[in-house]
Design a protein around this ligand. Structure first.
Ligand SMILES: Nc1ncnc2c1ncn2[C@@H]1O[C@H](COP(=O)(O)OP(=O)(O)OP(=O)(O)O)[C@@H](O)[C@H]1O
Ligand SMILES: CC(=O)N[C@H]1[C@@H]2OC[C@@H](O2)[C@@H](O)[C@@H]1O[C@H](C)C(=O)O
Length: 401
């Protein structure tokens, strides 16, 4: 038996594993690194986030990735060069972070790497009959594994598509296995660049679980700030939006798109929700001359209103629904206020801290849970492909040498 297979077999048998979950999201803010002690599997999964950090990307990384990010046409050589380059960079980031934590790489069972999404195109977006759903994450895991010296499980989204899904949201698997409660119905709301939610019934019936992207979280706001408020990367604490006034005409135009009429589940990305989307809405509503502050005020209202609409749709007819938020959007006080103000059935929105998981770490923890399922789980049935939750084992394995 190959030594790597034997080591993986021994890891898979361990009651407690040390798994490093990695997430690099559509906001391109940094690499989330969560050192997780994972025990059990399936509905008995328990995670302790031993250490967490976000290693910020420098402007060089952002500039390089943005040349190919969410663009229908780009330099294929650049994509080819970035794939190993990001994998190696992520491996170096992990190695340096472990060293700073004083954790020897030999103690780590596996790394679980999401990679960097550069293009996401579900059928509702490309509308090309000859193709199915598709998505592309780069940051090759062989380069990551060799650089970090740790076996790496990666590229989770492809199997989801192979089994009939759209490759996202994958949060539903981790949410169901880890956050299901038999005392309350729960909505897990993630607000990164894109907002997505998972509905967890207190019946714990996997067939009643529900998950979908909603629309933009921070992605258009970030792009607007990066264009007009250089060198800022985002509207910290909504300081810019707070100075503006919502344009009802622009808001109506932003909300008026076929994507929002699609039923759930659905997925999207910055391929659709970007500054071109904003410009088209401004042209339709003749609001091209708004101040930057008024545009930002309207964008945060747009995200908040669409998120609230999805929460209301999900919880219609239910009495006890608790909402737990995660992702960088939890730090935007104006966004959180708008959501709550538009959800009459809610008295508060908690964040996942109250469930023991740092809201900034949740996505990285998700991939650690998916890797644990790849090694030791797989028994939990979802069997709900129509709802975008097929029963599958996700991830490709890259050995360290
Ligand atoms: N203090 C803050 N005030 C306002 N917004 C904030 C604050 N901190 C973070 N954010 C927002 O959160 C974003 C980062 O969130 P997160 O890391 O969850 O995104 P992501 O994971 O890259 O996105 P996705 O989940 O779509 O892949 C920032 O780009 C910014 O828009
Ligand atoms: C293609 C892709 O990277 N999608 C992301 C993005 O970021 C949020 C939302 O859109 C979600 O659908 C997904 O990531 C999270 C981790 C998910 O799969 O649940």
């Amino acid at each position: 038996m190959h030594q790597h297979i034997e080591k993986l077999y021994l890891s898979a048998k361990k009651e407690r594993k040390l798994i490093i979950g990695l997430m690099s999201g559509t906001s391109l803010d940094g690499l989330d690194i969560a050192l997780c002690e994972v025990s059990g599997q399936g509905m008995d999964t328990h995670v302790e986030v031993v250490k967490f950090t976000t290693v910020d990307y420098d402007d060089d990384y952002k500039t390089r990735v943005k040349r190919v990010f969410a663009k229908r046409e780009c330099d294929l050589e650049e994509v080819t060069l970035l794939n190993p380059w990001i994998g190696q960079l992520h491996g170096e980031m992990v190695a340096k972070t472990l060293a700073s934590w004083g954790v020897a790489k030999e103690l780590i069972d596996v790394i679980a790497s999401h990679g960097q999404t550069i293009y996401h195109c579900p059928k509702n977006q490309h509308k090309r009959a000859e193709y199915g759903n598709a998505t592309l994450q780069i940051g090759d895991s062989d380069h990551l594994a060799v650089t970090a010296g740790i076996t790496t499980i990666a590229d989770f989204r492809q199997k989801h598509i192979a089994a009939g899904g759209e490759g996202a949201p994958l949060a539903v698997y981790g949410d169901y296995l880890y956050f299901t409660s038999t005392s309350e119905n729960r909505i897990l709301l993630n607000m990164g660049g894109i907002a997505n939610l998972t509905y967890l019934p207190k019946s714990a019936d996997a067939r009643a679980v529900f998950s979908s992207d909603i629309g933009p979280g921070n992605t258009i706001m970030d792009a607007y700030v990066q264009r007009y408020f250089t060198p800022l990367h985002y509207d910290k604490d909504a300081a810019i939006a707070a100075k503006g006034t919502v344009s009802e005409d622009l808001l109506a135009a932003l909300c008026d798109d076929a994507f929002f009429a699609l039923g759930f589940p659905k997925t999207t990305g910055p391929e659709m929700f970007n500054l071109d989307y904003l410009a088209a809405a401004q042209a339709r509503s003749n609001t091209q001359n708004l101040s930057h502050f008024d545009v930002m005020a309207t964008l945060v209202q747009f995200s908040g209103a669409m998120i609230a609409k999805a929460i209301n749709q999900c919880s219609e007819g239910l009495t006890d629904v608790a909402v737990y938020a995660s992702g960088g959007g939890v730090h935007n006080p104006l966004l959180m206020d708008i959501i709550l103000a538009n959800c009459p059935a809610l008295s508060e929105i908690k964040n996942t801290d109250s469930l023991g998981i740092n809201p900034d770490a949740k996505e990285a923890v998700l991939f650690a849970i998916l890797a644990n399922e790849c090694l030791s789980g797989g028994q939990q049935r979802f069997g709900n492909t129509e709802q975008g939750i097929p029963d599958i084992t996700m991830g490709k394995i890259s050995f360290a040498d």
